[in-house]
Design a protein. Structure first.
Length: 125
């Protein structure tokens, strides 16, 4: 996905791959948290209240992603310090996620007419 929108030196390839992998894991953790019910807290094995395990993962993944964002000059401050030229803003991560979801929905073999997007998404996009 990033190859289409972002050209990075090959020496950054491992960092970019790690960043993408962590973003996927973070999305999975958020989905798990949403499936887990209405709250961020769960009962532990001894009936104590504790954070949902996905919440712990989200906090750890977020910290690691923030560090990689600085390393890869993805934040405005780190980009400025790295001398990344300012230009027209590219697509945001939310835009890229939306485009990827739309592309995946278009390729869904169960849905040749694109009707699932209307049913599942609550409206046509």
């Amino acid at each position: 996905m990033f190859r289409q929108y972002w050209i990075s030196p090959d020496r950054h390839r491992l960092l970019v791959e790690r960043y993408c992998m962590l973003r996927d894991l973070l999305a999975d953790a958020h989905a798990e948290l949403r499936r887990g019910g209405p709250g961020l807290m769960v009962l532990g094995s001894h009936k104590q209240v504790k954070f949902h395990p996905a919440m712990v993962e989200i906090r750890q993944l977020s910290a690691e992603l923030r560090a990689l964002e600085v390393e890869l000059a993805l934040t405005p401050s780190s980009a400025s310090k790295a001398g990344v030229p300012l230009g027209d803003p590219g697509p945001t991560l939310a835009d890229l996620d939306r485009m990827a979801e739309e592309a995946a929905a278009e390729d869904d073999p169960r849905d040749p007419l694109g009707l699932l997007r209307v049913i599942e998404g609550g409206g046509a996009s």
